[in-house]
Design a protein around this ligand. Structure first.
Ligand SMILES: *[C@@H]1O[C@H](CO)[C@@H](O)[C@H](O)[C@H]1NC(C)=O
Ligand SMILES: *[C@@H]1O[C@H](CO)[C@@H](O)[C@H](O)[C@H]1NC(C)=O
Ligand SMILES: *[C@@H]1O[C@H](CO)[C@@H](O)[C@H](O)[C@H]1NC(C)=O
Length: 249
């Protein structure tokens, strides 16, 4: 057998990354690995039928292998098209029918989060707020108290300053669940996406009313709200991409 033929046989016996490293060894090795027949043999393991066709379905079998064979799980997200500088959030909170908080909140507040949380904040809520997942947190000032039985509802719209469009995040919803581990009253709403993205399954926006531990279980002493998208968007860029595909009107 010629040296080159031996190289080809060895090459076929290698595994994924070793194979890719071969290309960098020398010019001769690179020439050998450019033989598309080699890549066809590799592709035939996974797609025998495709490899029976006279021509590769992509430009070369090498391309087919590089693109689909090595399953790329970690796709890097493109930089988001939206930026927080361009966004503002319209937040309203009612107890029963009384409006008690109504503000436009923009970037700095959302990202600074709560630097100095109020005293009496429970440890578990403290840990939660320091967690790594990206959350949007707004201080509710002045703080307010509401009896536990009272209905507390909330609306959140997001606006774009560049084109004056608005999208709905929370559509006047009543906090209907309290997590007593972290002292949060919670509610979720399904996001409405642009008709350009018809196949996106239900993604929830969560809103939490954060309150302190007053040792009085019949009263909610609220100091902030948190908006997050749980597993759907965990980083700042993911949140921006998610907001980008909302149904902007
Ligand atoms: C908000 O909720 C009301 C009912 O309470 C519904 O009629 C309306 O379509 C909802 N709007 C959006 C944007 O989901
Ligand atoms: C309360 O919230 C914490 C932190 O997010 C979570 O780990 C826990 O499962 C929640 N508990 C309940 C009962 O929902
Ligand atoms: C809890 O708060 C309510 C309303 O402010 C008050 O009437 C009640 O006396 C308080 N209970 C205790 C145990 O402090």
């Amino acid at each position: 057998m010629l040296y080159v033929e031996i190289l080809k046989v060895v090459f076929l016996l290698l595994e994924g990354t070793d194979r890719t490293s071969c290309v960098a060894v020398s010019k001769q090795w690179r020439d050998v690995t450019q033989d598309d027949y080699l890549w066809k043999c590799l592709c035939a393991n996974r797609w025998p039928f495709i490899c029976k066709r006279p021509n590769p379905p992509t430009v070369t079998y090498y391309k087919l292998y590089q693109t689909f064979y090595k399953h790329q799980r970690q796709q890097t997200l493109l930089p988001p098209r939206l930026s927080f500088d361009n966004l503002e959030f319209f937040i309203d909170i009612w107890t029963e029918d009384k409006l008690i908080f109504s503000e436009v909140v923009s970037d700095p507040v959302l990202q600074t989060g709560i630097k100095c949380p109020p005293p009496r904040i429970c440890d578990r809520l403290g840990f939660h707020l320091e967690g790594l997942d990206y959350k949007m947190i707004v201080l509710v000032e002045p703080r307010f108290k509401a009896p536990l039985g009272e209905t507390i509802s909330v609306s959140v719209l997001v606006g774009r300053k560049d084109n004056n469009k608005v999208a709905c995040i929370i559509n006047k919803s009543v906090f209907d669940y309290i997590n007593w581990t972290t002292y949060r009253a919670m509610k979720f709403d399904y996001l409405g996406f642009s008709p350009a993205h018809p196949f996106i399954p239900g993604i929830r926006a969560w809103i939490s009313l954060l309150f302190v531990d007053d040792k009085n279980d019949s009263v909610i002493d609220a100091f902030g709200i948190e908006i997050d998208f749980c597993n759907a968007a965990k980083s700042r860029d993911e949140v921006l991409w998610l907001l980008d595909i909302l149904d902007w009107k």
